[in-house]
Design a protein around this ligand. Structure first.
Ligand code: ADP
Length: 170
């Protein structure tokens, strides 16, 4: 497990808040992989114009899942949540970059409970259960900093310019 990156490292890990280099951690959970929705979900971010900075498929260790969801450790569903994320069916961990990507990522993903999610969101289109809601998106700049540092080494974060970048981000 990579060590969580301190918030002082925010500028290099989660980009620069509010700029086109802002980054978010997005993860397709095991149900999204098992249901073969990876391509559809990745397309949402690509087609919006965001830049894929890192992507990998893995089964996280319990320690990694617990640290990722450490804010929820006192909640009654915490044990089940960790089991779900570490089930053995992999997750797809990603870093996406671009203007307002943290807030827009949350909108693309939809509300935590899919029954309350906008029907145009990933959860609202494909899910019906809060315990199987397909996807995670960082909910703040500080969360993005923690999560990107937790799941990725800095050397795994690519720097390049998509050919569409100037047209999308101007
Ligand atoms: P979000 O993923 O939308 O940021 P939270 O951080 O509140 O939502 O919760 C993290 C994850 O924990 C949810 O995406 C969901 O997988 C799970 N979860 C949240 N609430 C419940 C619940 N009441 N029962 C089961 N799982 C839950």
């Amino acid at each position: 497990m990579n060590k969580p990156v301190l918030l002082e490292g925010a500028k290099t890990i989660a980009g620069e808040k509010g700029t086109v280099s802002e980054r978010s951690f997005i993860m397709i959970k095991p149900d999204g992989v098992s249901r073969q929705l990876v391509g559809k979900i990745v397309s949402r971010f690509e087609e919006r114009g965001y830049k894929l900075v890192a992507i990998k498929s893995l089964t996280p260790s319990p320690a990694l899942a617990q640290e990722h969801y450490s804010d929820l450790s006192s909640r009654p569903f915490f044990g089940g949540l960790v089991k779900y994320i570490t089930s053995g069916t992999p997750v797809v961990a990603m870093v996406w970059e671009g203007k307002d990507v943290i807030r827009q990522g949350r909108r693309i993903v939809g509300a935590t409970n899919p029954l309350e999610s906008d029907p145009g969101s990933v959860r609202g289109q494909y899910a019906v259960s809060v315990g199987r809601n397909l996807i995670h998106a960082s909910d703040s700049f500080d969360a993005a900093t923690k999560e990107i540092g937790l799941w990725f080494a800095e050397t795994e974060l690519s720097q390049y310019e998509p050919t569409t970048w100037n047209w999308v981000m101007a």
